[in-house]
Design a protein around this ligand. Sequence first.
Ligand code: ADP
Length: 467
Amino acid sequence: MFEKTVPIRIRLTAWYMLLVAITLAAFGGFVYLNLARGLYAEVDAGLRTLAQEAARGIDNENGSLRFQNTDTSSLISSAPSSTLREAGNGVIMRLLNEAGNTADGVGEYARLPLPHRLQTGFSNVRISGEPWRVYTIRIELPSVHSAYVLQVARPLGAVDETLERVAGVLVLGIPLVLFVAALGGVFISGRALGPIDRVTRLAREVGAEDLSRRLNLRLPDDEVGRLARTFDDMLTRLEAAFEREKQFTQDAAHELRTPLTVMKGTIDVALSRPRDAADYRAALLEMETQVDRLIHLAESLLVLARAESAKLDLNVEPLDLAVLVGGLVEQLQPIAEAKGVSIRYDGPGTLPFRGDQDRLIRLFLNLLDNAVKHTPAGGSVTAEVTARPGSVEVTIKDTGPGIPPEHLPHIFERFYRVDKARSRSEGGVGLGLAIAKHIAQLQGGDIRVSSTPGKGSVFAVSLPTSR
Ligand code: ADP
């Protein structure tokens, strides 16, 4: 639910905030604990020094011990810690005998609680609600038989105050930093994701009529920049595809209209006045030619439509490519001979291959048919089959007029003809090469053409064998 409705920029910011919050909390905790440990260590070191100094200066007066120097300031002046020196006058010292009775004291020692069972070491106590640090040691003097206990204490007020101030800065500062980071996060992710919104808006608005629209965003070459550019490129391709389809429909309509117009004219002429049987026959023969043209066109369109959309129902089966191409050459032999063109097959006797037999026949027949059609009497057509590692190459060469270089890039386009009038009079509709190319690509291969005007053309089909 959350994932679906909350904008990605807020989600990104929330994650980013969580990370920043954890990092800041960990960092703040670390700083605070380290500082506290350092300050306490300093206090303890000071108390230890103070206790040593005080112990050294204890006198034995008639069997009971006394502090020789009760001026804690002078004792403390030798202490290493500045905080301790400042707190010098607040220091309390007390000397207890083994029974727990006070033998001597400095400062307001009466307020200092007695050590529990005269235990030594550091402890924290509260005196009138204030925190104090107490250090307790045992003293063994050679001149005295019983042991004594020395307590040294100082207030922790300054230390706690420092720590409180630091904690205050952290508690106020962290949310402030988080707030600024959140604003920055929303702003930065908004800026970064803004172009995506524009892509979405344009994608929603673009229809078939306005495929010419583009984002044209000037963005760096990052993920979003690439997305925007890819989107524009996609629109360019779509626009070109739509243009091609429009052109195709126009061309197809034109191709349909031409024979129909001719037929209509023939009928009008035949019906304009009574005629004899021979005239009607001539008219019907003319119409038959046009009907054949229409049938050929309809078939070609059907084959093309299937070749373009039939990736799924490609009927791949084992076949012999040498036999297939050789057979087509044989099939065209009579037509070529009638034109005075020699046609031959040049290749191995057998070449196992896996492909769609019907479509491959259509592909090579279109190429061979073109070659024979365009080659004048006395010329020759050769179909070469060569096995290469991973592919086979079928090359159809002719010694015809060739194709002018400016036409070569368009020759595989639908309805494209070099010489429209001549091609049409020969029954060509300009779909043969488009169909051939689609079939080759359907089988994972391709067709290349090279031609020398006046010398002839070469159509090379390469088909992969390992698929
Ligand atoms: P068509 O049905 O008109 O032959 P194609 O698509 O088969 O259409 O060929 C397109 C154009 O390419 C033809 O009009 C023709 O001018 C040219 N062409 C194709 N094959 C050859 C060839 N072997 N020699 C010369 N021109 C060719």
